[in-house]
Design a protein around this ligand. Structure first.
Ligand SMILES: NC(=O)c1ccc[n+]([C@@H]2O[C@H](COP(=O)([O-])OP(=O)(O)OC[C@H]3O[C@@H](n4cnc5c(N)ncnc54)[C@H](O)[C@@H]3O)[C@@H](O)[C@H]2O)c1
Length: 395
């Protein structure tokens, strides 16, 4: 039992999420793409008692080997020229793979792994385009294997509370949502240019952190289908060699390579008569583009502008409602941040449990396809300069 303090306003005792793990069978795991986020997967796998890391593949020769050495994994096979070669190595007897490649290399490895009958934990964003996501889902359907997408922030207790508040009915009928977030100077280049080049990333802030803001609200309201979108995107900061967020001496190179968006905004119509107003920035001359707001006929919820890409809450949420004819506000206590560092472990554990028990994927493609459809719609609408209809092919 864990005691979770709610900032002195209240306390309650909650059952720990942890249930006994059956260690009689070790899950044989491979890692595709051995860069930065693969390290987080690795650390979380190493915290699980029922996992054996048996292989790794990276496009860069020697990178997978060095990665395994860094984490002290002995006996893992890494001498593969491609992810496909690793997936075809029957001697590995792989149960599951983590796909930690850059965005443009999400779809093909996922399709190849599912076709090989291997469960997949795929990093976010789902893919770059909606068509790619549909192809991945076709492979998922044909394989009957688990596909889960790497959205760990929704496993944060404060994030879960948003869904609980919506589900309680206290907001009434939801009709308008505003969400998004961003950084003043936060174009991600500390590890090189894979996040900013079109050939590797395909989408910028929109796919990198925008997908989290969308998941924050769409998950809370049960992922209604998106119908139309009017989108905008720009790249004023990333393409500027004098952008102050770039490392000294790198401005010219990074600006020349920058081929994605660093800001995006959209007005999206969702099934059920809900409109979603969204904006996301890797860089802007502003502290925040605004709080997340969920407006309903009985009440509205304000979620303070948050680093939604890593599940962080900085301040309590506020519920605006009417009690006995009086307009009032309720502060929703901030749940202790004790869990924050465990989000990556939860992402891995819930995925492993779904694979072992045949239960639904913790972050299912059936939801995230709508997230991807919005991102795809924003890109298409921005290109066309007008509102577009979102059409999701049959899977
Ligand atoms: N969930 C999170 O909190 C989180 C955080 C950071 C990144 N990510 C996501 O993880 C992905 C990777 O990000 P990163 O920071 O690790 O990038 P990275 O550039 O550090 O690593 C990607 C690695 O994948 C390799 N690669 C690409 N295609 C491959 C293929 N077909 N086969 C084998 N290796 C291949 C590259 O050579 C590179 O080493 C991105 O899509 C990003 O959005 C998620």
């Amino acid at each position: 039992m864990a005691d979770k303090s709610m900032d002195g306003l209240n306390t309650f005792t909650a059952q720990d999420d942890g249930v006994a793990v059956d260690t009689s069978k070790k899950m044989r795991i491979g890692i595709i793409g051995c860069g930065w986020i693969a390290g987080s997967h690795m650390k979380s796998y190493l915290n699980q008692p029922d996992v054996e890391i048996v292989a790794g593949a990276d496009l860069v020769p020697g990178k997978a080997k060095a990665f395994m050495e860094k984490y002290g994994i002995e006996g893992a096979k890494t001498d593969y020229a491609s992810h496909k070669e690793m997936l075809e190595d029957k001697s590995l007897n792989l149960d599951a793979v983590s796909i930690c490649t850059y965005n443009r290399q999400h779809a093909q490895p996922a399709i190849d792994a599912l076709n090989a009958g291997i469960h997949v934990l795929l990093e976010k964003p789902f893919t770059v385009t909606l068509d790619e996501a549909v192809e991945v889902m076709k492979a998922e359907k044909a394989s009957g294997k688990i596909l889960s997408i790497g959205f760990q922030p929704r496993m944060d207790e404060n994030m879960k509370e948003i869904k609980k508040i919506v589900d309680s009915g206290v907001l009434g009928q939801i009709y308008y949502i505003q969400t998004g977030g961003g950084r003043r100077r936060g174009i991600p280049t500390p590890f090189g240019t894979t996040f900013i080049e079109d050939a590797t990333a395909g989408i910028g802030a929109l796919g990198d952190i925008g997908c989290y803001s969308l998941d924050l609200v769409l998950n809370a309201i049960g992922y209604p289908k998106p119908l139309t979108v009017s989108g905008y995107k720009s790249a004023f900061f990333g393409t500027d060699p004098n952008y102050s967020g770039y490392k000294a001496g790198k401005g010219e190179e990074y600006a020349a390579k920058f081929g994605v968006d660093d800001f995006a905004a959209a007005f999206i119509r969702l099934e059920g008569g809900i409109v979603l107003d969204f904006r996301i920035a890797w860089a802007m001359n502003l502290d925040t583009p605004g709080d997340t707001i969920i407006m309903g006929t009985k009440g509205s919820l304000r979620v303070p502008s948050t680093e939604c890409w890593n599940g962080t809450f900085e301040a309590p949420m506020t519920l605006y409602h009417e009690v006995g004819g009086l307009q009032t506000q309720t502060t929703i206590p901030l749940i202790s941040k004790k869990d924050k560092d465990g989000l990556f472990d939860k992402k891995i554990r819930t995925f492993l449990d779904a694979c072992k028990n045949g239960t639904p994927a913790p972050v299912p493609s059936s939801q995230i396809i709508y997230n991807q459809a919005i991102i795809d719609g924003i890109a298409k609408s921005a290109e066309a300069g007008r509102e577009v209809e979102i059409v999701i092919p049959e899977i």
